[in-house]
Design a protein around this ligand. Structure first.
Ligand code: HSE
Length: 306
Protein backbone atom coordinates (compact mmCIF):
# COMPACT_ATOMS: atom_id res chain seq x y z
CA UNK A 1 0.00 0.00 0.00
CA UNK A 2 1.40 3.43 -0.88
CA UNK A 3 -1.54 5.81 -0.25
CA UNK A 4 -3.81 6.06 2.78
CA UNK A 5 -6.77 8.20 3.85
CA UNK A 6 -7.44 8.93 7.52
CA UNK A 7 -10.09 10.80 9.47
CA UNK A 8 -8.56 12.63 12.43
CA UNK A 9 -11.00 13.45 15.25
CA UNK A 10 -11.74 16.64 17.12
CA UNK A 11 -10.83 16.39 20.79
CA UNK A 12 -11.90 18.12 23.97
CA UNK A 13 -8.85 18.82 26.13
CA UNK A 14 -8.88 19.47 29.88
CA UNK A 15 -12.39 18.06 30.48
CA UNK A 16 -12.95 21.14 32.66
CA UNK A 17 -10.88 20.32 35.77
CA UNK A 18 -7.93 18.45 34.19
CA UNK A 19 -5.88 21.21 32.58
CA UNK A 20 -3.25 19.59 30.34
CA UNK A 21 -3.91 16.10 31.77
CA UNK A 22 -7.34 14.94 30.52
CA UNK A 23 -8.87 14.78 27.04
CA UNK A 24 -11.41 12.89 24.94
CA UNK A 25 -11.91 12.20 21.24
CA UNK A 26 -15.21 12.99 19.45
CA UNK A 27 -16.92 11.46 16.44
CA UNK A 28 -17.57 14.88 14.90
CA UNK A 29 -16.09 17.08 13.47
CA UNK A 30 -12.98 15.51 11.91
CA UNK A 31 -10.21 16.32 9.41
CA UNK A 32 -9.60 14.29 6.27
CA UNK A 33 -5.98 13.60 5.35
CA UNK A 34 -4.38 11.69 2.47
CA UNK A 35 -0.78 10.52 2.78
CA UNK A 36 1.32 8.86 0.06
CA UNK A 37 4.82 7.44 0.07
CA UNK A 38 7.17 9.32 -2.29
CA UNK A 39 9.88 7.81 -4.43
CA UNK A 40 12.47 10.12 -2.91
CA UNK A 41 12.94 11.48 0.66
CA UNK A 42 11.26 14.76 1.58
CA UNK A 43 7.90 16.07 2.68
CA UNK A 44 5.43 17.85 0.37
CA UNK A 45 2.31 19.36 1.98
CA UNK A 46 -0.82 20.56 0.18
CA UNK A 47 -4.06 21.97 1.56
CA UNK A 48 -7.55 21.20 0.32
CA UNK A 49 -9.28 23.88 2.39
CA UNK A 50 -9.59 27.63 2.77
CA UNK A 51 -7.37 28.21 5.82
CA UNK A 52 -4.08 29.04 4.09
CA UNK A 53 -2.01 27.21 6.69
CA UNK A 54 1.75 26.96 6.04
CA UNK A 55 3.08 24.34 3.62
CA UNK A 56 6.68 24.48 4.87
CA UNK A 57 7.03 21.24 6.89
CA UNK A 58 8.74 22.85 9.88
CA UNK A 59 6.03 25.54 10.18
CA UNK A 60 3.11 23.17 9.61
CA UNK A 61 1.89 21.18 12.63
CA UNK A 62 1.47 17.94 10.66
CA UNK A 63 4.82 18.61 8.98
CA UNK A 64 6.61 19.08 12.31
CA UNK A 65 5.11 15.82 13.58
CA UNK A 66 6.15 13.93 10.43
CA UNK A 67 9.69 15.37 10.53
CA UNK A 68 10.05 14.01 14.08
CA UNK A 69 8.85 10.60 12.87
CA UNK A 70 11.16 10.64 9.83
CA UNK A 71 14.16 11.17 12.13
CA UNK A 72 13.50 7.74 13.63
CA UNK A 73 12.64 5.68 10.53
CA UNK A 74 15.21 2.94 9.91
CA UNK A 75 15.71 4.00 6.25
CA UNK A 76 15.04 7.31 4.44
CA UNK A 77 11.46 7.80 3.16
CA UNK A 78 9.39 10.71 1.87
CA UNK A 79 5.69 11.61 1.96
CA UNK A 80 3.10 13.66 0.06
CA UNK A 81 0.43 14.94 2.43
CA UNK A 82 -2.91 16.57 1.57
CA UNK A 83 -4.90 18.03 4.46
CA UNK A 84 -8.57 18.95 4.33
CA UNK A 85 -9.25 20.74 7.58
CA UNK A 86 -12.85 20.48 8.71
CA UNK A 87 -12.01 21.38 12.31
CA UNK A 88 -11.46 25.11 12.21
CA UNK A 89 -8.07 26.27 13.56
CA UNK A 90 -8.40 28.19 16.83
CA UNK A 91 -11.69 26.48 17.71
CA UNK A 92 -10.58 24.77 20.94
CA UNK A 93 -11.46 21.43 19.38
CA UNK A 94 -7.91 20.18 18.92
CA UNK A 95 -7.56 21.24 15.30
CA UNK A 96 -3.75 21.24 15.37
CA UNK A 97 -3.67 17.94 17.25
CA UNK A 98 -5.95 16.34 14.64
CA UNK A 99 -3.47 17.29 11.89
CA UNK A 100 -0.42 16.07 13.82
CA UNK A 101 -2.06 12.88 15.07
CA UNK A 102 -3.64 12.04 11.71
CA UNK A 103 -0.32 12.50 9.91
CA UNK A 104 1.73 10.24 12.18
CA UNK A 105 -0.93 7.51 12.40
CA UNK A 106 -1.18 7.48 8.58
CA UNK A 107 2.62 7.43 8.17
CA UNK A 108 3.01 4.59 10.67
CA UNK A 109 0.41 2.55 8.79
CA UNK A 110 2.25 3.04 5.48
CA UNK A 111 5.51 2.02 7.18
CA UNK A 112 4.03 -1.25 8.49
CA UNK A 113 3.23 -0.03 12.05
CA UNK A 114 6.85 0.10 13.21
CA UNK A 115 6.11 2.66 15.94
CA UNK A 116 4.05 2.31 19.15
CA UNK A 117 1.16 4.64 19.98
CA UNK A 118 3.35 6.23 22.63
CA UNK A 119 6.01 6.95 19.96
CA UNK A 120 3.31 8.54 17.79
CA UNK A 121 2.23 10.82 20.65
CA UNK A 122 5.86 11.83 21.14
CA UNK A 123 6.20 12.73 17.43
CA UNK A 124 2.84 14.51 17.27
CA UNK A 125 3.64 16.70 20.28
CA UNK A 126 6.15 18.49 18.03
CA UNK A 127 3.13 19.75 16.11
CA UNK A 128 1.62 21.15 19.31
CA UNK A 129 4.90 22.93 19.99
CA UNK A 130 4.58 24.66 16.60
CA UNK A 131 0.94 25.55 17.26
CA UNK A 132 1.09 26.84 20.82
CA UNK A 133 4.75 26.99 21.84
CA UNK A 134 4.44 24.12 24.34
CA UNK A 135 4.30 20.37 24.11
CA UNK A 136 1.06 19.11 25.62
CA UNK A 137 -0.64 15.80 24.90
CA UNK A 138 -4.21 16.23 26.12
CA UNK A 139 -5.53 16.55 22.53
CA UNK A 140 -2.91 14.33 20.84
CA UNK A 141 -3.28 11.32 23.17
CA UNK A 142 -7.07 10.94 22.85
CA UNK A 143 -6.80 11.54 19.07
CA UNK A 144 -4.29 8.66 18.77
CA UNK A 145 -5.58 6.25 21.45
CA UNK A 146 -9.28 7.13 21.15
CA UNK A 147 -11.70 7.53 24.07
CA UNK A 148 -10.80 9.41 27.21
CA UNK A 149 -7.15 9.62 28.22
CA UNK A 150 -5.28 10.75 31.30
CA UNK A 151 -1.79 12.07 30.65
CA UNK A 152 -0.20 11.48 34.04
CA UNK A 153 3.12 12.79 32.76
CA UNK A 154 4.58 13.94 29.45
CA UNK A 155 8.28 13.72 30.40
CA UNK A 156 8.43 10.73 30.48
CA UNK A 157 5.17 9.95 28.73
CA UNK A 158 2.64 8.11 30.89
CA UNK A 159 -0.75 7.79 29.21
CA UNK A 160 -3.68 6.02 30.86
CA UNK A 161 -6.79 5.09 28.86
CA UNK A 162 -9.96 5.55 30.88
CA UNK A 163 -13.23 3.77 30.29
CA UNK A 164 -16.52 5.54 30.93
CA UNK A 165 -20.27 5.20 30.64
CA UNK A 166 -22.17 6.19 27.45
CA UNK A 167 -22.15 9.99 27.19
CA UNK A 168 -23.53 12.48 24.68
CA UNK A 169 -21.46 15.55 23.95
CA UNK A 170 -22.93 18.86 22.80
CA UNK A 171 -20.47 21.40 21.43
CA UNK A 172 -20.97 25.01 20.41
CA UNK A 173 -18.25 26.75 18.49
CA UNK A 174 -18.83 30.51 18.44
CA UNK A 175 -17.02 31.70 15.32
CA UNK A 176 -14.40 33.80 17.08
CA UNK A 177 -10.77 32.75 17.21
CA UNK A 178 -8.90 32.22 20.48
CA UNK A 179 -5.26 31.32 19.99
CA UNK A 180 -4.08 28.67 22.42
CA UNK A 181 -0.83 30.57 22.95
CA UNK A 182 -2.80 33.69 24.03
CA UNK A 183 -5.17 31.65 26.19
CA UNK A 184 -2.14 30.15 27.97
CA UNK A 185 -0.35 33.46 28.37
CA UNK A 186 -3.16 35.02 30.42
CA UNK A 187 -3.12 32.27 33.05
CA UNK A 188 -1.72 32.99 36.49
CA UNK A 189 1.51 31.16 37.25
CA UNK A 190 0.63 30.51 40.92
CA UNK A 191 -2.31 28.63 42.37
CA UNK A 192 -3.71 29.05 45.87
CA UNK A 193 -3.57 25.90 47.97
CA UNK A 194 -7.33 25.95 48.67
CA UNK A 195 -8.01 26.06 44.92
CA UNK A 196 -5.48 23.31 44.22
CA UNK A 197 -7.23 21.10 46.80
CA UNK A 198 -10.61 21.68 45.12
CA UNK A 199 -9.14 21.02 41.69
CA UNK A 200 -7.42 17.73 42.49
CA UNK A 201 -10.55 16.60 44.35
CA UNK A 202 -12.48 17.24 41.14
CA UNK A 203 -9.97 15.47 38.88
CA UNK A 204 -10.00 12.41 41.14
CA UNK A 205 -13.81 12.60 41.32
CA UNK A 206 -14.15 12.82 37.54
CA UNK A 207 -11.84 9.85 36.93
CA UNK A 208 -13.61 7.80 39.62
CA UNK A 209 -17.02 8.83 38.23
CA UNK A 210 -16.04 7.71 34.73
CA UNK A 211 -14.68 4.36 35.91
CA UNK A 212 -17.67 3.71 38.20
CA UNK A 213 -20.19 4.93 35.62
CA UNK A 214 -21.48 7.31 38.29
CA UNK A 215 -23.16 10.11 36.32
CA UNK A 216 -23.88 12.26 39.38
CA UNK A 217 -20.23 12.13 40.47
CA UNK A 218 -19.11 13.02 36.93
CA UNK A 219 -21.46 16.02 36.98
CA UNK A 220 -20.30 17.24 40.41
CA UNK A 221 -16.66 16.95 39.39
CA UNK A 222 -16.97 19.05 36.21
CA UNK A 223 -15.83 22.17 38.04
CA UNK A 224 -12.72 24.25 37.36
CA UNK A 225 -11.72 26.85 39.94
CA UNK A 226 -8.34 27.67 38.37
CA UNK A 227 -8.45 28.09 34.59
CA UNK A 228 -12.11 28.75 33.73
CA UNK A 229 -12.50 31.93 35.81
CA UNK A 230 -9.67 33.50 33.77
CA UNK A 231 -10.37 32.12 30.29
CA UNK A 232 -14.16 32.35 30.28
CA UNK A 233 -13.81 36.13 30.01
CA UNK A 234 -12.65 35.57 26.39
CA UNK A 235 -15.89 33.76 25.49
CA UNK A 236 -19.07 35.84 25.14
CA UNK A 237 -22.15 33.98 26.37
CA UNK A 238 -20.13 31.46 28.40
CA UNK A 239 -21.91 31.88 31.76
CA UNK A 240 -25.31 31.85 30.12
CA UNK A 241 -24.57 28.67 28.15
CA UNK A 242 -23.21 26.90 31.21
CA UNK A 243 -26.13 27.83 33.47
CA UNK A 244 -28.76 27.17 30.77
CA UNK A 245 -27.25 23.80 29.83
CA UNK A 246 -27.38 22.56 33.40
CA UNK A 247 -30.98 23.74 33.70
CA UNK A 248 -31.70 21.77 30.50
CA UNK A 249 -30.35 18.65 32.22
CA UNK A 250 -26.68 18.48 31.19
CA UNK A 251 -24.35 16.80 33.71
CA UNK A 252 -21.94 19.70 33.28
CA UNK A 253 -19.20 20.96 31.04
CA UNK A 254 -17.14 24.03 30.29
CA UNK A 255 -14.52 25.41 27.94
CA UNK A 256 -13.29 22.92 25.35
CA UNK A 257 -9.48 23.08 25.44
CA UNK A 258 -8.45 26.71 25.33
CA UNK A 259 -11.80 27.80 23.81
CA UNK A 260 -13.81 29.42 22.38
CA UNK A 261 -15.81 26.18 21.93
CA UNK A 262 -17.90 25.09 24.91
CA UNK A 263 -18.87 21.46 25.52
CA UNK A 264 -21.51 19.86 27.70
CA UNK A 265 -21.94 16.20 28.67
CA UNK A 266 -25.36 14.56 28.93
CA UNK A 267 -26.60 11.13 29.88
CA UNK A 268 -29.42 11.10 27.29
CA UNK A 269 -29.43 12.08 23.63
CA UNK A 270 -32.58 14.16 24.01
CA UNK A 271 -30.93 16.20 26.78
CA UNK A 272 -27.92 16.77 24.52
CA UNK A 273 -30.31 18.04 21.84
CA UNK A 274 -32.08 20.36 24.31
CA UNK A 275 -28.64 21.72 25.26
CA UNK A 276 -27.89 22.31 21.57
CA UNK A 277 -31.10 24.35 21.23
CA UNK A 278 -30.20 26.44 24.26
CA UNK A 279 -26.73 27.11 22.82
CA UNK A 280 -28.27 28.12 19.48
CA UNK A 281 -30.64 30.53 21.23
CA UNK A 282 -27.85 32.19 23.21
CA UNK A 283 -25.59 32.85 20.21
CA UNK A 284 -28.44 33.85 17.90
CA UNK A 285 -29.45 36.45 20.48
CA UNK A 286 -25.87 37.64 20.86
CA UNK A 287 -25.56 37.95 17.08
CA UNK A 288 -22.42 35.78 16.98
CA UNK A 289 -22.14 33.15 14.25
CA UNK A 290 -21.74 29.63 15.58
CA UNK A 291 -21.73 25.94 14.78
CA UNK A 292 -23.09 23.22 17.03
CA UNK A 293 -22.56 19.47 17.15
CA UNK A 294 -24.31 16.71 19.09
CA UNK A 295 -21.94 13.79 19.08
CA UNK A 296 -20.46 10.93 21.14
CA UNK A 297 -17.00 9.84 22.27
CA UNK A 298 -14.87 8.21 19.55
CA UNK A 299 -13.17 5.18 21.04
CA UNK A 300 -11.28 4.61 17.79
CA UNK A 301 -9.41 7.91 17.51
CA UNK A 302 -7.80 8.50 14.10
CA UNK A 303 -9.77 6.28 11.70
CA UNK A 304 -8.12 4.67 8.69
CA UNK A 305 -10.33 4.45 5.62
CA UNK A 306 -10.63 0.79 4.67
N1 HSE B 1 -4.54 21.95 27.66
C1 HSE B 1 -4.41 22.88 26.58
C2 HSE B 1 -4.84 24.25 27.05
C3 HSE B 1 -5.25 22.42 25.45
O1 HSE B 1 -5.90 24.32 27.67
O2 HSE B 1 -4.13 25.23 26.82
C4 HSE B 1 -5.23 23.32 24.26
O3 HSE B 1 -6.06 22.79 23.28
Amino acid sequence: MSTIKVYAPATVANLVCGFDVLGMALHRPDDLMTLSLRDEPGLVIQHADEYQLPVEPEKNVAGAALLALLEETPHPVGFDLTIEKRIKPGSGLGSSAASSAGAVVAANHLLGNIFSKEDLVRFAMNGEKVASGVKHADNIAPAIYGGITLIRSIFPLDIVQLSGPPLYVTVVHPQIEVRTSDARQILRKEVQLKNAIKQWGNIAGLVAGLLKHDYALIGRSLEDVIIEPVRSILIPGFDEVKKGSKEAGALGGGISGSGPSIFMLSQEERTAQAVEQLMQQVYTRLGIEFRTYVTTISYEGVRIEK
